[in-house]
Ligand binder design. Sequence first.
Ligand code: M6R
Length: 356
Amino acid sequence: GKSGYAHFMLKEIHEQPTALRQGLSGRLDELAGQVTVDELDGLETPTTVQFVACGTSYHAAMFGVETLRTAGIPAQTFLASEYATGPPPIGNETLVVGVTQSGETADTLSALREASARGAETLALTNVVDSTAARECDHVLYIRSGPEIGVAATKTFSSQLVALTLFSAALVDQRGEESRERVAALRALPSDLQYVLDESRTADVVDAYLDSAAYFFIGRGPNYPVALEGALKFKEITYEHAEGFAAGELKHGTLALVTGETPVFAVVTGDDERARKTIGNVKEVEARDAPVIAVTDGVAGVEQYADHVLEIPNTHPQTAPVLANAQLQLVAYHMANRLGRSIDKPRNLAKSVTVE
Ligand code: M6R
């Protein structure tokens, strides 16, 4: 049942701290300051990684490219439906990773089979034990979210981000301060997320924007997939027009649509060049009268340009996106709820897409 929640989606959003604890259990060695993922023991470090995935899982895969980038492993992500019918060249030590919560998405299975047939080693990153992807791939890494009923993926996305962080860390040398900091941030993540869920002001914020023309979501680096995911979730359950963009890309065309009627959700975390440049992009939309809702850890200093602030604790570059995403999940949920939409079973969509 829904354990007192109005919808499975809301229940699953609130289950995320537990889901993440499950995903981290036995995988953090705090004494050594390292990540240990037993399931990856038999895996040689690949020279390149190709991700194949769809929808929300594709956004998780984009985050995976970013974490592998920081680990020094070149990676690319492909929409599974494109890969299946037009696979890219596969090198000798290319690992193809299928990111699929259900393990049953036809496009993703098809892409993985294509990769396998062309000699690539494959890994399934999935939630469902013994799913087709888990059975067919050479390796499997379970994200351990627990069952997800809502068609809109929520806790499985967060668990995928964490699993991809573990995956990237486990593939490379983990000595040093950087590794310790990551382990500490991952350890704190479930309670940080609990804090975000407890304190979120999203229900009040959405009320100010119930009948806008369109909704834009922007972010840079690891917050770019968060922006895309924020928009996808919003579209799926509110049926309103939303789009996500890399923050720097908006000015290359879509800025033409930005007016006082188009709220912009800006995900800005950390205190680095990316945050500063994203704030520059926020100023561009603010100058076109767009209402700005900043999802931020307060470090970046974006508050002064925002009409509303959705706060997250200041954590770590690889865990901040999980917290920011939770705010955007709640934005979509509360907006859909206020609009009276069918939240757990949005029109035209199925939980598992088994056709190509
Ligand atoms: O089971 P999968 O992770 O392979 O599913 C992929 C997509 O169909 C899925 O993420 C879809 O985009 C969801 N409806 C997102 O909420």
